[in-house]
Write a protein that binds this ligand. Structure first.
Ligand SMILES: NC(=O)c1ccc[n+]([C@@H]2O[C@H](COP(=O)([O-])OP(=O)(O)OC[C@H]3O[C@@H](n4cnc5c(N)ncnc54)[C@H](OP(=O)(O)O)[C@@H]3O)[C@@H](O)[C@H]2O)c1
Length: 228
């Protein structure tokens, strides 16, 4: 009998992260998933076999502590899901330095710091890192779809992920930039056409298929390649 696949999901208190934890666990994966504070662990603890961890992704000490707790563990997949929508005004004219710092730190810089710091916890033979991107981060396809500041932060994530891949000397490493569709979550809002379960089922299928495939791809939850 082979060991079940294992995944570390960053940002799983609610929305797509919690949906992913639920779907991977339902398919027999060993799931470790993070929330920002212990007070948020209950929904994860209600999922059979899911191990709840803690990470504030923008805090270097919090990342260091998580890395120390995970020392010795190895995952097939690390899925960095956490992200924020940015200021509700979505306006370059109104955006403050603080708002922009928070948006770009959370959506672009911190996910790469997480991947870099936790790389020793990824299987070197077939490990896969997934970053939750968005179609809004596509330079070619994202403009005009709304939320330009948020889209710019995801374009920055896509760029940093490309730089990350070029800096790795492991030819077996796989990296996915994932667009989940437009989904009814706190971020996606009530008008979004997709429910969490449908998006997460699709993403779990794409992740499962991508294990053992080296290189970088930008895909949606149905496996369609997206233009950079
Ligand atoms: N929904 C969509 O239509 C859609 C479309 C394209 C891409 N996405 C992307 O999908 C991902 C999940 O979105 P969602 O719709 O599920 O949003 P959501 O319901 O707002 O959930 C966001 C998640 O990210 C966590 N998070 C935010 N900042 C964090 C930080 N600094 N450290 C750790 N965790 C943090 C939140 O934790 P707390 O509960 O502690 O705040 C929460 O678990 C995001 O990256 C988003 O950009 C969503």
């Amino acid at each position: 009998m082979t060991a079940p696949r294992s995944i570390l999901i960053i940002g799983a208190s609610r929305g797509l992260g919690l949906g992913l934890a639920s779907e991977f666990a339902a398919r027999g994966w060993a799931v470790t998933a993070t929330v920002r504070s212990t007070a948020q662990q209950a929904p994860l603890q209600a999922l059979p076999g899911v191990c709840a961890e803690q990470l504030e992704m923008t805090d270097a000490d919090s990342l260091e502590q998580l890395a120390e707790r995970l020392n010795g563990q190895q995952f097939d997949v690390i899925f960095v899901n956490a992200g924020v929508a940015g200021p509700a005004h979505h306006s370059t004219a109104q955006a403050s330095a603080e708002e922009m710092g928070h948006l770009f730190l959370t959506n672009a810089v911190a996910p790469l710091r997480v991947a870099e710091r936790l790389l020793p916890q990824l299987s070197p033979e077939h490990g896969l890192i997934v970053f939750m991107s968005s179609i809004l981060g596509s330079i070619e396809a994202g403009a005009g779809l709304g939320m330009p500041l948020y889209g710019a932060s995801k374009a920055a994530l896509n760029h940093l992920a490309q730089c990350f891949v070029r800096n790795q000397d492991n030819p077996q490493l796989g990296v996915l930039l994932m667009h989940p569709g437009w989904v009814r979550t706190d971020m996606g809002g009530a008008d979004a056409p997709l429910d969490i379960a449908s998006s997460c089922k699709g993403m779990v299928e794409q992740v499962s298929a991508a294990i053992g495939q080296p290189g970088l791809r930008y895909l949606d939850y149905q496996g369609n390649p997206l233009p950079w």
